[in-house]
Design a protein around this ligand. Sequence first.
Ligand code: PGA
Length: 237
Amino acid sequence: MQFMANFKCNHTAHSVQEYFTTLGALGFSQEFLRENELVFFPQALSLQASKDFAPFGEIGVQNAYPAYSGAFTGEIGVQALESMGVRTILIGHSERRVLLNESQEFIAEKFAFFARLGFFIVYCVGEPLSVRKQGEKAVQEYLQAQFAGIDVESTRVSVAYEPIWAIGTGRSASVQEIAQTHAFLRTLVQNPLLYGGSVNASNAKEILSIPNVNGVLVGSASLDAKSFYAITQSVLA
Ligand code: PGA
């Protein structure tokens, strides 16, 4: 299973040290680490501290600009990521699609750029509530459009299904909704499929047991080390 934590705009360079120290002390067995994968997406200003304090996991960037370096004020280029050994990136998160107005064209350009460099890409898709209310067929069409220009075979890619209405709401999609939608995504791609949207220590075990769910992408419930640890251990219970 892949267990991924998206800290979003939370934590600091200082607090991630405490976070990873706590998580490390809780302890991941060799067997767990052999069979599962841990990926953390701290905010950019905490990337280095995270690299230093999380030897048990992969550290990825939540966003970056498709350029090595240059005149892109406020953006993060590959040069800076390379200097820290960061080779994993989250692309297509709904908060960037909706709040930052990232178009499918720009997302596809970014995806192709980082794929060419061999980054591990965690690619997010997910529908708004208005589309979910129209039924599974509408959801499938919406999700299919989010693969426009995306070659999931061009590098190592995991696909995260994150219905927008389930993100940060405390209301995860139902087992049936996840099962149906992941079965559909499986017809499109063979990559690992993650579910994200209000995953927590209470529902993780059930979600991880759904067919075609190969892991979880966790926001709110990943911010506390003990809570995220409990999610990872639910696979063993
Ligand atoms: P959530 O966020 O767990 O707080 O719902 C998930 C995500 O946006 O990746």
